[in-house]
Each structure stands twice: as C-alpha cells, then as structure tokens.
Design a protein. Structure first.
Length: 181
C-alpha cells in the first residue's frame, strides 16, 4: 500500500509595503504546498497574494482546487470580487473567472508571450481588462532557493518594482504587465 503525500505547510511572516497602492500590512500567511506544486509556482502564488492584498483575500486549495483560482478575494457576503490565477490558466477557466468576479488577473513565472499566445482567438470575458503580470524566471528561481518552512519576508513595491528580502537574502525585479486580450 502506498500513502499519498500530503501538503507541506509554509509560514510567512510578511512586512508588506506597497507604495503604489498605499497598502501597508503585516500578515502572517500559511500556505499549503501540494506535492505536485513547483517552488516557482508557490513563489508566484505568494507574490500574487501580496501584490493583490486587500480585505477578503484568501488562498484557495491551490493546484488541488479545480473550481477556484490560486488566490481570490471575497466580499463580506461571500461573493467573489477578484479572480487571481497563477501560472498558465486555460482560456475557458479565465473566461469563467472574469465573468464571475468584478476583476481578474493572471500572475505567471512562465514566458508571458507563450501564456498569452495560448489564449489567442479564444473567448475570454473582457480579456482586454485582464492584466497578465510576469516576473523574470531567474528572480523566481532565486527567491525559491531561499524558501524554508518558516519564512520572514519584507516586500516593498514602488513604481512597479519589487524589493524582496526573504530569510536574510535580498532580491529585486520589475513587475512586467501586459493585457490578456
């Protein structure tokens, strides 16, 4: 008999200063990392959460959630107000999320041109309003190499540039944006 591997819990004590949006918070985040989830995907999911941080934001079950994005925002009534995908969601899923929520966004650690090309000619609700954010692959890999089970993180965003300190290591990158449509 083989036993299925369970999720690994990672904890992040975050100091978030998003100067661009006027968000200054100190959340403690617990992320369950599914065995099939790569370090790069988890780092991108963490960054998406921080860059979208607002009241009502939550992680879904990640790669195990088939009917929810990696990150979502709900209002006090439970209605989904933001659908935040990570990686390379298919057009149908993005269309569904964009129709369900007031806004949608995609964060990727992959080549954004290839991610967007997969959506070409497909129906996506208000695709022109959906931002596709990407980070340099080397940045994501470097941050992933500094991950531990318990993490201390300081993240500052100013003029669409990110400054990150994770467990004593410092990283910096621009936040690249294009539109899904």
């Amino acid at each position: 008999m083989t036993m299925a591997l369970g999720a690994t819990i990672h904890t992040f004590d975050v100091e978030l200063a998003d100067v661009d949006r006027g968000v200054y918070e100190s959340p403690t985040l617990r992320m369950a990392r599914h065995p099939s989830e790569t370090d790069a995907f988890m780092v991108t999911r963490l960054l998406a959460y921080c860059l979208e941080y607002e009241e009502g934001i939550v992680f879904s079950e990640g790669v195990a959630a088939t009917d929810e994005p990696a990150v979502l925002v709900r209002d006090l009534t439970g209605r989904t107000t933001a659908w935040i995908e990570v990686g390379a969601p298919d057009a149908e899923r993005l269309h569904f999320g964009a129709k369900l929520a007031d806004r949608a966004a995609v964060y990727t650690h992959r080549d954004p041109a290839k991610v967007a090309a997969a959506w070409a000619g497909k129906r996506i609700h208000h695709a022109e309003d959906i931002p596709l954010f990407s980070f340099d692959a080397s940045f994501i890999d470097d941050v992933a190499s500094a991950l531990e089970r318990r993490n201390t993180m300081t993240l500052s965003i100013t003029e669409r540039h990110m400054y990150l300190e994770l467990n004593g290591s410092s990283f910096s990158t621009g936040i690249h944006e294009q539109r899904a449509g």
